[in-house]
Design a protein around this ligand. Structure first.
Ligand SMILES: [Ca+2]
Length: 425
């Protein structure tokens, strides 16, 4: 990687935004201060320049280490072919592949469909429970159960309408395929607690770990009475939880037996997580929606606290401060952060054979950034960043790797699309 042949001083300077040069004792050769007063535009980037060259939302916050934000821009060499597999999907949210190449696709208002690789959509799968589809709610993620081949069980997340509000729920049921597909024997296996009236930030992504446990990404409900619970182990808000396939609590979870703690909790201090994936070592990674200037890439480890709302790199969308500081003892630093934000949703860590140059790269869907964000990793740090599909003006909600090694995406719109990325031939 060219980026890693640069000196750390240059990387540190690149990582800074306008107005941060005085506190940086390192001087880059070739007039680094000029770069700060005149951000380079995309297309005229010098070696080592980041993808993002616009002003920071929160210029007073500095990265904790070189390369924690604004990694050098990189470019995919393989020419890309983007194909629309299916259109006419209403706010599609998630894709799960069946063994025969068809896909389960959720639509946020509450429908689940089976879509063929040729783009034919089934009638909505019947038998799903009612969802609260207001705001960021609705029917969200879908995954096959770990024993799908035998049980036919699928899992999905949704905002569950409840007495006194709502909350994220994980349900499972047996998929009965056919012209009028349905789910049978539906059971709710997890309920985020407490119930709160909010249409925001309940998270919703699920990831099956190699050991058969299910990680569920949760949010802190956005409104203040919810937000403050991200640091409280008695609440599921702002947590990642880890459960057995039937919803029971694994005995080796970090807070089992701690008085007042909810035993499903794996990690705490998260804001809202709509992006999560396993890497090639089977480790969980997530990208979380930060406040203005504070989207984060994290690798959540058991029992650790990721800081929200005590520390972070962002501010309120009003411009009001949230954090006095970006670092605190006992709280983890993000591996990477984005200021301005990308609004992450959907994540895949590439392991296919269609794009050898992409192996081990992290792909994140961007809503407000209207891009597919690609990160090149070096160890557990980010060494390069690329924004793909920026010419399509589409909010990217979901990204998954198909069994064929192509990337499959969903665009977030009432007339949303299922897209496929392959090498151009
Ligand atoms: Ca954090």
């Amino acid at each position: 990687m060219r980026a890693f042949m640069m000196t750390s001083a240059v990387v540190a300077l690149i990582a800074c935004g306008p107005g941060e040069a005085q506190n940086n004792g390192n001087q880059a050769p070739g007039g680094g201060s000029k770069e700060q007063s005149q951000p380079r535009r995309a297309g005229s980037a010098a070696p080592g320049a980041p993808v993002e060259t616009g002003p920071k939302s929160v210029p007073e916050f500095q990265p904790a280490f070189a390369g924690q934000t604004r990694a050098p821009a990189v470019k995919t060499r393989t020419p890309l072919q983007v194909t629309q597999v299916a259109g006419g999907l209403n706010k599609p949210w998630a894709i799960a592949f069946l063994a025969d190449g068809r896909m389960l696709v959720t639509e946020k208002p509450g429908r689940l469909r089976i879509v063929t690789s040729q783009g034919q959509k089934s009638a909505p799968v019947s038998g799903l429970p009612r969802v609260d589809a207001r705001g960021q709610g609705g029917l969200l993620d879908v995954e096959l159960g770990p024993d799908f081949g035998r049980s036919g069980q699928i899992y999905w997340t949704y905002y569950e309408p409840r007495q006194g509000g709502n909350g994220l729920a994980v349900a499972r049921g047996r998929l009965v395929d056919g012209a009028q597909p349905r789910v049978e024997n539906v059971q709710v296996v997890f309920r985020m607690l407490p119930t709160l009236e909010s249409t925001l930030h309940a998270g919703g992504r699920m990831v099956w770990a190699p050991d058969g446990k299910l990680f569920v990404m949760l949010g802190e409900r956005s409104i203040l009475p919810g937000r403050v619970q991200a640091q409280t182990l008695g609440s599921h808000f702002g947590k990642i939880v880890r459960i057995n396939p039937d919803g029971s609590v694994p005995r080796d979870n970090p807070f089992v037996g701690r008085r007042g703690a909810r035993p499903e909790i794996w990690s705490s201090g998260h804001r809202n997580i709509l992006s999560a994936a396993l890497d090639g070592q089977g480790r969980l990674w997530e990208v979380e929606m930060g406040p203005r200037g504070g989207d984060e890439l994290n690798r959540p480890e058991r029992g650790k606290d990721y800081g929200w709302p005590a520390i972070g790199y962002g501010e309120e969308y009003s411009g009001a401060p949230i954090h006095r500081t970006t670092q605190a003892r006992g709280m983890e630093q993000p591996v990477y952060y984005w200021d301005p934000v990308i609004s992450p949703s959907g994540m895949a860590i590439y392991s296919g054979s269609l794009f050898p140059e992409w192996r081990g790269n992290v792909f994140v869907g961007g809503l407000s950034s209207k891009a597919l964000v690609r990160l090149v990793m070096q160890g557990d740090r980010v060494a390069g960043e690329e924004r793909l599909l920026t010419d399509r003006n589409a909010r990217i909600r979901e990204v998954v790797q198909g069994p064929d090694g192509a990337l499959y995406l969903l665009t977030d719109a009432e007339n949303g699309s299922l897209l496929k990325i392959t090498p151009r031939r």
